[in-house]
Design a protein around this ligand. Structure first.
Ligand code: PLP
Length: 400
C-alpha cells in the first residue's frame, strides 16, 4: 500500500485543480467551455527565440550546460537587470532555472528548516505557500486589503513578522489582484525590513513589463540598495515574452544564496535545456516594442473586461494596474441563488455554478487566500473575452 511522504500529506489541493478538471470533463462532453482560468499569454513566442533555438540545435549546442546557466544567457540577464531595473549582478549572482517556479523551489529548499515562516501577502499566487509547506515551512498570510489597492502596507508587514520569519514574498505586479507597488510603497516596506535584518525577500517581478497607464515598475533592490544582500529578484520569460512552455526563469541575488540554490538545482534538474536558453537570450535581445505592443493589447482588454464587470449588479471590480488578471469581488452575490438553483455561498460556489450553467471557467479567490473574489485572466482572445463576459453578465443577472 502506497503512502506519500509526510511533506506531501498535509498539502491542501488548490481549488484551481477541481475547476480545471471539471472544465476539461465538460469540454470532452462537447460543451463550449471558455476558460479564463489560466495565466498564459495567447501570443506566439518571439520569432527570434524560435530561430535561435533552432540554430543552437543545428550548431550542436546540445550538451549538458553549466548548472547555473549558459554564459550567453547570463550576460543577457545581467544586461536586462542593469538597464531595466538598475541592478548590478556578477555572473555568479545569476541563476537560470526551469521557470520562475524552480527559482522559488530552489530558494525555499535551500533555506527553510521545519517551522520557518514565510510571509506571503494575500491574495497570492498559489505556489508560494505550497512550495513553502513542501519544505517544512509555515506560510503566514499578510492581508493586502482591497481598500489599500491590494498593496502591502508596512503595518501589515510588521504585524506578520516573528522571530521565525525567514522570507517575505513580494509579488508585484500581483497575481491575482493586478496590484502594483510604487516607489513610496516600497520605501515604506524597506523601513520595516531594516528593523528585521535576518529576513530574505523574494521579489517576484515576473509581471514587471505588464503595467498599465504608463506606470513604471520599480524593483525593491533598486529602491533599497542597502538591502540588496538579502533580496532575490526573480524574473523569467513566461509572461512578458509569451514563452511559458520554454521553461526559462532566472534570478539575481546575493552570492551565498545563489550558490546554495545552484546546489539544489544541481541535484534536481541540472542546467536548463540548451535550446531554450539560446531562445531566451535571443528574446531578451529582441526589439522591446513587441513586449510593449502585447502590454498595450492586455491594457485594452483590461479596460473592456473591467468596464463590463463593473456594470454587473453584485460585482465590484478594482482596476488592476498590472499583470493580466481581473479580481472582482462577489460580496454582493453571496447569499443569492443562481438561475439554475445553485446557492452562492462562497466564491467556490460561484465558480462552480458559473462553469456548470454558463460554461465559463474562472478561479475562486479562496485559492489565492482572499475571498469572496474570482480571478479572470484576460490573456485570452478578444472574441473569447467578449463572449465570456456576455455569459458572466447573463449568469449574474440570473442570480436572485
Ligand atoms: N510567479 C508568478 C507570480 C506567476 O504567476 C508565475 C506563473 O504563473 C510564475 C512566477 C512562474 O512562471 P514560470 O515558472 O512559468 O516561469
Amino acid at each position: 500500500d502506497f503512502s506519500v511522504a509526510a511533506r506531501l500529506r498535509g498539502l491542501p489541493q488548490p481549488a484551481t485543480i477541481a475547476i480545471a478538471q471539471r472544465a476539461r470533463a465538460l469540454k470532452a462532453a462537447g460543451a463550449d467551455v471558455i476558460s479564463l482560468a489560466l495565466g498564459e499569454p495567447d501570443f506566439p513566442s518571439p520569432p527570434e527565440a524560435v530561430e535561435a533555438a533552432y540554430e543552437a540545435g543545428k550548431r550542436g549546442d546540445t550538451r549538458y550546460p553549466p548548472v547555473g546557466g549558459q554564459p550567453a544567457l547570463k550576460a543577457a540577464v545581467i544586461a536586462k537587470f542593469r538597464t531595466q531595473n538598475g541592478l548590478d549582478f556578477a555572473p555568479e549572482q545569476i541563476l537560470v532555472a526551469n521557470g520562475g517556479k524552480q527559482i522559488i523551489f530552489n530558494a525555499f529548499m535551500a533555506t527553510l528548516d521545519p517551522g520557518d515562516e514565510v510571509v506571503v501577502p494575500a491574495p497570492y499566487w498559489v505556489s508560494y505557500p505550497l512550495i513553502a509547506r513542501m519544505m517544512g515551512g509555515v506560510p503566514v498570510e499578510a492581508p493586502c486589503r482591497e481598500a489599500d489597492g491590494f498593496r502591502l502596507r508596512p503595518d501589515v508587514l510588521r504585524a506578520a513578522i516573528t522571530p521565525r520569519t525567514k522570507w517575505l514574498v513580494l509579488n508585484f505586479p500581483n497575481n491575482p489582484s493586478g496590484a502594483i507597488m510604487e516607489r513610496p510603497d516600497l520605501e515604506a516596506l524597506a523601513e520595516v525590513l531594516r528593523e528585521a535584518p535576518r529576513i530574505w525577500v523574494l521579489a517576484d517581478e515576473i509581471y514587471e513589463h505588464l503595467t498599465f497607464g504608463g506606470r513604471p515598475h520599480v524593483s525593491l533592490a533598486a529602491v533599497a540598495p542597502d538591502l540588496a544582500d538579502r533580496i532575490l529578484t526573480l524574473n523569467g520569460m513566461a509572461k512578458a515574452y509569451a514563452m511559458t512552455g520554454w521553461r526559462v526563469g532566472f534570478a539575481g541575488g546575493p552570492l551565498p544564496l545563489i550558490r546554495a540554490m545552484t546546489e539544489v538545482q544541481s541535484n534536481a534538474t541540472s542546467g536548463v535545456c540548451t535550446l531554450a536558453q539560446a531562445g531566451a537570450a535571443a528574446a531578451l535581445g529582441s526589439p522591446f516594442e513587441r513586449v510593449a505592443a502585447m502590454r498595450d493589447v492586455y491594457q485594452a482588454r483590461r479596460d473592456r473586461v473591467v468596464a463590463a464587470l463593473r456594470d454587473m449588479p453584485g460585482l465590484a471590480c478594482a482596476m488592476p494596474d498590472g499583470a493580466f488578471y481581473a479580481y472582482p469581488g462577489l460580496a454582493g452575490l453571496v447569499g443569492k441563488v443562481s438561475a439554475g438553483g445553485r446557492p452562492i455561498g462562497s466564491d467556490l460556489d460561484f465558480s462552480e455554478a458559473l462553469l456548470e450553467e454558463a460554461h465559463v471557467a474562472v478561479v475562486p479567490g479562496a485559492a489565492f487566500g482572499l475571498s469572496p473574489h474570482v480571478r479572470l485572466s484576460f490573456a485570452a482572445s478578444d472574441a473569447h473575452l467578449d463572449e465570456a463576459v456576455r455569459r458572466i453578465g447573463e449568469f449574474v443577472a440570473g442570480c436572485a
